[in-house]
Write a protein that binds this ligand. Structure first.
Ligand code: UDX
Length: 452
């Protein structure tokens, strides 16, 4: 009935082929976007690698199309993210092209069907090349902040003006034109062992629009108005802020690890706003010494804490003694539910873009501990633009950790951060109500998909 209604209203049914990048922080927003577009009448096929793919049983409305990649048969754990992305872009192009050609052959007979439109994660640029070769329309999804995407366009100029490679002495200086970012905040700054040319090639390739018709960003005007406006000036195609995606339609879990739900029962027993949630997302990791300092700082703060330590974390020998009774450790948490729990009073985070949006939308102030890539940009937005987070010193010393936790959870400063982040949450709620900016943007995107 809903589909008939949508047909009548001209929403049309077009097949969208989503090509997510196979990392948790990228899979989540792509599938959330899939749910949203399915809810307004599009049919969704997820073309996924065999490496790190979401459970199809959780998404009965979607069709899943496996594409062969060479990573599945290799141990990708020793490779860094940039190498994995390069490898996928080389190995997945031909298999995706074959699969799409077969789909198009099958549907040729049915003249009522429009050609599929490819929506690809910006890191999976091979999908755009495939779309171009098959003369299919394509749209890019950016899973990071608009501010991060904007930095990519500044690299050629920074290179010409001699700012790159980055110099240690300049790391705290502001980047011209990108206030309040410092050179150390640029998303290429923390890949120390990586060749600059390779990094720049990858950022150029992931930000190059080529034949795509539009860009979707998982963000919203009221968070990133000026970055979005500047991005629109940079890009030749429309930029649609469609976010925060996790708040729009209820989405089944797209987690690659199983949620440990025991933490919710544990949270139920804690007092209001008393627990610090600690998670560094799905990729970043700490060495034994850093974990020891974190454990000492957490325990000495005397605040209860819930800490996600993914399987494979190398713990110091005295870890259990350091943790004591106040903390609960889990391998993977139902993060959105955790952040929405009344016992949670703060989030010590690596500031991945999803975690950032999820914390803002739950009104939970943050301790910002960025590790690599876009995380420093997000941390800077949190601490210097929205002013809803505290910056944690990257040297990770227990006494400093303890102080930061107490500032966030107990001091007036923490109260003020909480007040501001709740304000921001409410602004987003207003902007995502029917008739507000989010729905205008979605309606424009819908028109764009139907016309491209
Ligand atoms: C990566 C990059 O690190 C990040 O900076 C970029 O913006 C996206 O890709 P990741 O490090 O995993 O992502 O961080 P983040 O963007 O925060 O995504 C993690 C996702 O996993 C979030 O949606 C979070 O809710 C979820 N998560 C994390 C859980 O569901 N349970 C957990 O225990 C931890």
């Amino acid at each position: 009935h809903r589909e008939e209604e949508m047909e009548k209203q001209g929403w049309g049914l077009r097949k969208l082929v989503l090509v997510p990048c196979p990392f948790q922080g990228h899979i989540n927003p792509m599938l959330q976007l899939g749910n949203l577009l399915h809810a307004i009448g599009f049919s969704i096929t997820v073309a996924h690698t065999r490496f790190n793919f979401p459970n199809p049983d959780n998404h009965p409305d979607f069709t899943f199309l496996p594409i062969q990649d060479t990573l599945f048969d290799r141990d990708a754990s020793s490779m860094d993210v940039t190498d994995v992305i390069s490898c996928l872009n080389i190995s997945c192009k031909a298999p995706l092209k074959n699969s799409l050609t077969q789909i198009m052959e099958r549907e040729k007979e049915d003249h009522s069907h429009k050609l599929p439109c490819i929506i690809y994660d910006g890191s999976m640029y091979f999908a755009e090349a495939v779309a171009h070769e098959l003369e299919l329309p394509s749209i890019m999804l950016r899973t990071t902040s608009a501010a991060t995407f904007l930095t990519y366009y500044s690299f050629p100029q920074l290179l010409r003006e001699g700012y790159l490679p980055l110099q240690e002495a300049m790391s705290l200086a502001l980047v011209p034109g990108l206030y309040p970012l410092r050179f150390k905040d640029l998303p290429i700054a923390n890949f120390k062992n990586k060749n600059l040319d390779i990094l720049l090639q990858q950022t150029t390739r992931t930000s190059d629009i080529r034949s795509s018709s539009a860009i979707i960003c998982n963000t919203i005007d009221c968070l990133e108005q000026s970055s979005l406006a500047r991005l629109q000036q940079q890009c030749k195609v429309p930029v649609f802020p469609i976010g925060p995606l996790h708040t729009i339609v209820p989405t089944a879990s797209s987690g690659l690890l199983k949620d440990d739900r025991s933490c919710i029962e544990w949270l139920d027993k804690q007092t209001h706003n008393s627990v610090l949630y600690v998670s560094l997302g799905s990729i970043a990791s700490m060495n034994k010494n850093e974990l020891r300092e974190m454990a000492k700082g957490l325990t000495n703060s005397r605040q209860p804490f819930l800490w996600v330590l993914r399987p494979g974390s190398l713990l110091p020998d005295d870890f259990n003694e350091l943790i004591g009774e106040r903390g609960l450790i889990v391998k993977w948490a139902p993060q959105k539910e955790v952040l929405a729990h009344k016992a949670i009073g703060g989030f010590w985070s690596h500031c991945g873009w999803n975690s950032t949006l999820e914390s803002i939308c739950a009104g939970v102030p943050m301790i910002c501990q960025p590790c690599f890539g876009d995380q420093r940009v997000n941390a800077r937005l949190l601490t210097h633009v929205w002013k809803v987070g505290l910056a944690m010193d990257s040297s990770l010393v227990s006494i400093e950790i303890e102080k930061a936790i107490r500032r966030l959870m107990l001091d007036v400063e923490g109260h003020e951060l909480r007040r501001k982040i709740i304000n921001l949450k409410e602004k987003i709620e207003l902007c995502t109500q029917e008739g507000a900016s989010f729905y205008n943007s979605l309606s424009e995107l819908r028109k764009c998909i139907l016309s491209c």
